[in-house]
Design a protein around this ligand. Sequence first.
Ligand SMILES: Cc1cc2nc3c(=O)[nH]c(=O)nc-3n(C[C@H](O)[C@H](O)[C@H](O)COP(=O)(O)OP(=O)(O)OC[C@H]3O[C@@H](n4cnc5c(N)ncnc54)[C@H](O)[C@@H]3O)c2cc1C
Length: 336
Amino acid sequence: MEDVIVIGSGPSGSTAARLLAGQGLTVRILEAETLPRIKPCGGALTTRALDLLPPGYEAYCKTHPTQWTFSNGDKAVTVDSPTPYCHTVERQFFDQWLASQAVQQGASLMDNSPVQDIQALPDGYQVITTTGKVFSARYLIGADGGHGVSARLLRLPRAKNGAAVEVEVPVSDEIFQHWADRVEVDIARYPWGYAWVIPRYPILNIGVGSFRPQKLGLKVLLQEYLREKLPFFDLDTMPRILAHPLPYRTRFAPLARDRAVLVGDAAGLMDAFSAEGIYSALMTGHLAARSIAHAALRDAPIVGYEAAVRAEFWTNLRSAIKLSHLFYRSDGLIQD
Ligand SMILES: Cc1cc2nc3c(=O)[nH]c(=O)nc-3n(C[C@H](O)[C@H](O)[C@H](O)COP(=O)(O)OP(=O)(O)OC[C@H]3O[C@@H](n4cnc5c(N)ncnc54)[C@H](O)[C@@H]3O)c2cc1C
């Protein structure tokens, strides 16, 4: 029996695995996809996320925007900062690097291993993959994101699902220069959501997301937004549109049970206003690792994880929920 099984190798899972393996625990990561895998994401890392990363992340940052433009159609407000607001990464390679950091600390990583079942044992869990492999561990971390199975299999309350669609548009250097230092967010355009342009050389990541996507037809809205932002762009040559859930919560709910915890998107802990989720993923990875390391010393159930999540950042998430009600219910801040 191993000490910890981590389901999913995104930022939340890899972070927890790295920290636990670094403390000498035996850790196995089971990842559904073949790495490096694609994760639809703007890849904007806010500065508060940087402290939660191991050294070396700089090599994966593509741009360092210092401007935010908030727009509503042709009206816009740009806010400048002397230092970058965020740093952009290509998730495919950034996530692969984070997973490699866990492996460097001694974690075993198996990709192509989708977990399909979890059985409780007297002092741990048995985890079964769709390929028929069976593993067991004293502790379990559900880090399997918006498409994951952990919350359901552990009978923990599942998050609500928003949705986002995005496309990565290759543009000439001349056009890229126009966006190079700027993230644009059209915050007043769609119900309970927004559209964005994030520069990640040599592409522009352009997308539309909503926390209440039912009946919105996000793909059509994305095409409309693209036509407006890049009028020269031939939609027939458009790269594949990728879609992904935005799991979020409006109320705090149990995130742990006995010897198992949920982290990141699997826990539904993204910001319900901005959809920033990488910070939450990294932070819950840290908090889960701390609680499990502590419990493992006594070979006891996990205590303190939920309290730590509440103390560290639920207050911020609650503010985001309030802000989204205030903001998305009105017509936004930029009025005629
Ligand atoms: C379009 C879009 C744009 C976004 N832009 C930003 C942004 O710019 N900045 C930001 O901070 N956040 C952004 N987010 C949110 C951010 O992408 C997520 O919050 C973040 O990826 C969560 O990390 P995670 O590790 O919890 O989950 P994930 O990164 O989703 O990783 C989960 C992993 O689990 C694996 N998995 C799934 N099921 C199983 C299974 N059954 N067995 C084993 N493995 C499994 C998956 O393959 C995946 O590798 C965006 C989200 C979307 C959809």
